[in-house]
Design a protein around this ligand. Structure first.
Ligand code: DGJ
Length: 708
């Protein structure tokens, strides 16, 4: 570990260089001691950085000469609404693949310090940055804006890709040119935060980027709460990108000496399109950001779509048998197992009362865990610990634990309210629900953590007159609870769910092993939804279940779609035909055999379903000895003519054998290249004809590609 410290103010400071294997940011100190961003982009010779100066101020303040959206705005104790930040010092520490840079900025008049942090991940080409704000004034300072980062660009054009959606139609991709003024992508939803907009974007320079071409920045914010990205193109075509917590309704009273730490903004920069940017983020996520990101995941059978809340103990044990027949690792019991005074037979009752429903489960959870063990499968359980139904004992006993406005009617989302996670007593309650359950039933091997509403009419009884801290403190409260859970149960797999994909961000993913992308499990829809998430999340985090949604699609098609992510099932196996059962049982085995390539390999999106009526993608393992290719025809019509598909990521020199896998019993491959051997060069330059004869809508092919 090397360490160096540069002091300045009077002496001239050499540029601060933040570098990874392929990208760099260069910060320079101007004559007036303001800190400028002089460069961001491809790595250059060091001598170029040393010659750099000028640029734009890195962390623009409000109230002085800046006329644009500021990164930080505060009102001092004496009412002065301005801030000036001058460079004071910086230090850099190096520990192998990670390098941390800390730059200290200070106001020359008011006792305010701002620290800018950058951690660069050399091999992954990812940089994360955040900010810390502290003051030593006599009384509180009011912070009204507090970005995690500000990045400047100077290109001819800027193309922004965003991912927006709603329930059951998450992460639709839109790319558009930024024009003068401000475009923001933000959330004010509190919980279930990225229901409409997500914390991920691409910014392409000069022209839209493709999967393989163009300069592009991929950015995301590690915050499970209100977020905001602001893209401001000024009168000289300069672009400022601000990232951070959404300051909406969230002015923060910062006490003297208290540290205000923003969440991390994570980004990578690719000179070769979005595909490389995704792979950088995936690698970084698996290595550093997702809980047990490099470890295997469990295949499972869930009962939500199969039974909803109507089941009995006997029926569940039958379902264990179905899980066993399928060959999956785990049975996941979903919503509906709890509540006695108000049994959870629908979504109006019982939320908050986390005791087994004695009518449905007279022998309790312990019995279910044991029965599952007997059948040699693991057992997992659904919880929605942050929520309460008005019809619950929790609501009756703790009205002061609930987020709701005084003097106004309660406002429900899915007939429920949110409990006040800002309150340490409520944090204890939530921690204890999970911890007690895991302590009492150590056999529980998996949790699905749900969150089915966003914040409306929210008011924290605990915060009293400090309501503007609610959005921030709620998320911090959630993290405190998760920290405690993870301290005691460091590796228990937990799926994060928010009524579909309402919570998918890297602030949460360090506590979770996977997430639920959507309640829409129709195979066709899932191609688009999983495609969208694949830009920022590795396949082992994207749960994909085979269900009976999309009945017009074959079981094979739905299974092939689930296989491109973290496969599971939510279906009545006993309703399968003999062949369907045989197929599914084989599919689980096949998936187990190839999942290391899918989960830990490099993803190449070859043909987008947004551009053609098909989707083709492949995963390649690290040493390029094995790849899995998925080919889906979507709304294909007779008129469609499909060109050959050029594969990517293989070794030009190696020879690869192609084998169609996951075929339905009694069918044979119709692929002309099945069982043939081609060089990597051929596969990537000449490519494959994946649509011989007529391509049928809603059909699919999976190829295992193995180096000979
Ligand atoms: C919403 C989730 O997205 C579903 O998968 C299911 O768990 C229900 N909640 C249960 O209420």
């Amino acid at each position: 570990m090397s360490f160096f410290f540069v002091h300045s103010v009077a002496q001239s400071v050499s540029p601060v260089v933040i570098e990874t294997n392929n990208i760099a940011i260069v910060l320079t100190v101007a004559g007036n001691q303001r800190l400028h961003q002089s460069y961001i982009g491809k790595k250059l010779p060091f001598s170029d950085y040393m010659a750099m100066k000028g640029g734009r101020e890195v962390y623009l303040t409000a109230g002085m000469e800046n006329q644009f959206e500021p990164a930080v705005r505060m009102i001092h104790t004496d009412g002065n609404p301005s801030l000036e930040l001058r460079y004071l010092s910086h230090k850099q520490t190096d520990s192998g693949n990670l390098k941390k840079t800390e730059v200290l900025l200070k106001d020359p008049v008011y006792p305010v310090e701002v620290r800018l942090y950058y951690v660069s991940y050399f091999k992954e080409d990812v940089i994360k940055c955040w900010t810390e704000i502290v003051h030593r004034e006599k009384k509180n300072v009011l912070l009204t804006q507090y970005a995690s980062s500000m990045i400047h660009f100077n290109s001819d054009e800027y193309w922004l890709t965003q991912f927006h959606g709603d329930w059951a139609r998450e992460v639709n991709i839109v790319e558009e040119k930024l024009t003068n003024g401000i475009k923001s992508i933000e959330s004010k939803l509190g919980t279930r935060t990225n229901f409409y907009q997500t914390q991920m974007f691409f910014l392409s320079m000069n022209k839209p980027s493709t999967e393989t071409e163009g300069e592009v920045l991929a950015g995301t914010l590690a915050w499970t709460g209100n977020f905001k990205f602001t893209f401001e193109v000024d009168q000289r075509n300069g672009l400022r990108v601000l990232s951070g917590i959404n300051p909406y309704a969230s002015e923060y009273n910062l006490q003297p000496g208290e540290k205000f730490t923003t969440p991390e903004f994570i980004f990578t920069y690719s000179a070769n399109g979005k595909g490389l940017a995704s792979r950088n983020i995936h690698r970084w996520a698996r290595n550093y950001a997702v809980l047990d990101g490099n470890k295997p995941r469990l295949t499972l059978l869930n009962n939500w779509e199969a039974t909803h809340t109507s089941f009995t103990e006997t029926k569940l044990v039958e379902l264990f048998d179905e899980a066993k027949k399928l060959g999956v690792d785990l049975f996941l019991l979903d919503d509906g197992w709890f509540g006695n005074k108000y049994p959870r037979n629908d979504d109006k009752n019982g939320l908050g009362d986390w005791q087994e429903d004695k009518l449905k489960l007279p022998s309790g959870i312990g019995y279910l865990v044991k029965e599952a063990e007997k059948k040699e499968i693991k057992f997992g359980i659904w919880l929605e610990p942050e929520m309460v139904n008005p019809k619950s004992e929790l609501y009756e006993q703790h009205p002061d634990w609930i987020l709701k406005l005084p003097n106004r009617e309660e406002n429900y989302g899915r007939n429920q309210l949110i409990i006040d996670l800002v309150n340490p007593e409520v944090q204890d309650f939530v921690f204890n629900i999970v911890n007690d359950m895991l302590t009492k039933y150590p056999g529980i091997a998996f949790i699905k953590w749900d969150c089915n509403r966003s914040m409306t009419n929210a008011y924290s009884p605990y915060l009293k007159e400090k309501q503007t801290h609610l959005f921030l403190d709620y998320t911090k409260g959630l993290y405190k609870v998760m920290e405690r859970i993870r301290k005691k149960h460091p590796h228990l797999p937990i799926m994060l769910c928010a009524g579909g994909g309402g919570r998918t961000d890297y602030g949460a993913m360090k506590y979770f092993t996977e997430f639920w992308p959507s309640d829409n499990t129709d195979g066709l829809e899932r191609i688009f939804i999983q495609w969208g998430y694949s830009y920022f999340f590795p396949a082992n985090t994207i749960s994909a279940h085979v269900t009976s949604m999309g009945k017009q699609q074959s079981l094979k098609f739905r299974t092939d779609v689930a296989m491109m992510g973290k496969m599971g099932y939510d279906i009545r196996v006993n309703n399968f035909t003999k062949q369907e059962l045989e197929f599914s049982n084989e599919a689980v085995k096949t998936y187990k055999a190839i999942s290391d390539v899918i989960w830990f390999g490099d993803l190449y999106r070859l043909i987008s379903p947004y551009e053609e009526s098909r989707a083709v993608l492949m995963y390649v393992n690290e040493n390029k000895s094995k790849a899995i290719l998925f080919n889906y025809f979507t709304t294909t019509r007779r008129k469609d003519i499909f060109s050959r598909v050029l594969l990517q990521g293989l070794d030009h020199q190696k020879n690869y054998r192609l084998k169609e896998i996951n075929l339905f019993p009694g069918t044979k491959s119709t692929q002309p290249d099945n069982e043939k051997v081609f060089s990597g060069e051929y596969l990537m330059k000449v490519g494959l004809n994946l649509a011989p004869g007529r391509a049928n809508a809603l059909s699919s092919t999976v190829f295992e590609i193995t180096a000979d």
